[in-house]
Ligand binder design. Structure first.
Ligand code: ADP
Ligand code: GN1
Ligand code: MG
Length: 361
């Protein structure tokens, strides 16, 4: 792998010099490295694009280029610094947005946004509110971007009814012989069907408009200033696609407002924190509120429920399939993740009025 990494770095138009590479971040999909060129102050983020997940890496990069060009323009108009507030795609020596090596690996490079870091969980509502503002600004700046011009790089990404069908298919196939272990979780997921098409139905009827959405709005996809803790830049733009605003709000609540990690094994520790929900909602609506219809605003809490169920379904499907999609760190990791998500969903259902109330707070 070392050799492949060096070959990839050399394919890009970086300054000359001795290269140092270290692993960076902890996502489940791509592999991320921090690249230092000795003698150059600018550092870089090198990423191996997971082709099992992204079948068309060039389309992923085309989406990122289109969206970041639009963002750069908006940031400039607002008097901001485009090199700090959004990503910049570095081209290969032959002018391409990513590098395809002889072993069918795909690679890309961005400048490392200096003086920033990311966190997996918010320590305080104040930080989560900043995160809500950052994703809200991202939305606001892309409000006039033609969403339908983007490639759908992962078809049906947040199509929850389709995710249910995938789960049913995985259960029928039982490829890893694990069906007998997951009966309870499976039954629970399949009982939710009366509301799983709520957002996709809204899209079909025209009640909910298609927008450019980030689709993976975790706190660790926002870079924070090391000194001020201001939320500077939204990263991880792989899944930027046409989508619904409720997906972005919902995924942030699912991941950031939960009282325990996504794979918590002690289910009694799992709930959501209302102060964190309020804080994120405040930050997000401050930036997006004026651009959203009343129907869209009312759809947001449904996004939180939908993303929680959907991730539970996806983890369970991968467990039944034999763990091919999400990187796992222990044998039952995907089942434990699924159980944690379904527990969080139950809490959201029990405390549904409180989630709705966050829109008024
Ligand atoms: P993944 O899809 O695996 O989550 P990300 O694109 O989110 O990959 O990158 C992983 C981590 O690397 C992020 O959480 C962030 O901390 C850091 N990171 C990514 N891009 C940059 C960048 N351009 N500058 C600084 N840090 C970055
Ligand atoms: C993946 O790469 P990461 O960890 O940010 C996944 C998300 C899931 C998440 C669950 C492209 O995101 O959709 O919600 O894992 N990304 C993709 O932890 O499938
Ligand atoms: Mg990420």
């Amino acid at each position: 792998m070392e050799e492949a990494i060096m070959r990839a770095v050399n394919a890009f138009a970086l300054p000359e010099g001795e290269i140092r590479i270290e692993a960076h971040g902890n996502g489940h999909i791509n592999r991320t490295y921090k690249v230092t060129v000795v003698g150059d102050r600018q550092q870089y983020i090198l990423q191996w694009i997971n082709q099992y997940v992204f079948h068309q890496p060039i389309q992923v990069q085309e989406n990122i280029l289109a969206v970041t060009n639009h963002l750069r323009q908006k940031i400039r108009e607002e008097g901001g610094d485009p090199d700090r507030e959004t990503l910049r795609v570095i081209l290969t020596k032959d002018g391409k947005p990513c590098y395809h090596d002889g072993e069918d690996n795909w690679w890309r490079i961005f400048p490392f946004v200096e003086g920033t870091y990311s966190r997996d969980l918010p320590d305080t509502p104040a930080l989560f509110e900043k995160c809500g503002s950052a994703f809200g600004r991202f939305q606001r700046r892309l409000d006039d971007f033609p969403a339908e011009s983007l490639h759908e790089t992962i078809p049906n990404f947040h199509n929850t009814p389709w995710r249910v069908e995938q789960l049913e298919a995985a259960a029928r196939k039982d490829a890893a012989g694990r069906l007998k272990e997951v009966r309870e979780e499976l039954d629970f997921c399949l009982k939710q069907t009366e509301w799983t098409s709520r957002l996709t139905d809204g899209l079909k009827s025209g009640a909910l408009p298609l927008r450019v959405t980030h689709n993976d709005t975790k706190l660790n996809n926002v870079l924070l200033d090391e000194k001020t803790e201001e939320a500077i830049c939204v990263v991880d733009l792989d899944t930027v696609m046409p989508g619904l605003i409720a997906y972005d709000y919902g995924e942030a609540i699912r991941t950031g407002a939960c009282t325990a990690p996504e794979d918590e094994r002690d289910l009694s520790r799992i709930d959501f924190s209302l102060p964190l929900v309020h804080a994120y909602t405040r930050g997000f609506l401050r930036e997006t509120g004026k651009h959203l219809s009343e129907t869209e605003i009312r759809s947001l809490p449904w996004g939180a429920r939908m993303m929680t169920l959907e991730n539970g379904i996806r983890f369970l499907t991968d467990y039944l399939d034999g763990d091919h999609y999400f990187a796992i760190h222990r044998p039952k990791h995907n089942l434990e993740r699924a159980q944690a998500q379904l527990t969080l969903l139950k809490k959201m259902e029990e405390r549904w009025e409180e989630l709705l109330g966050a829109l008024e707070a």
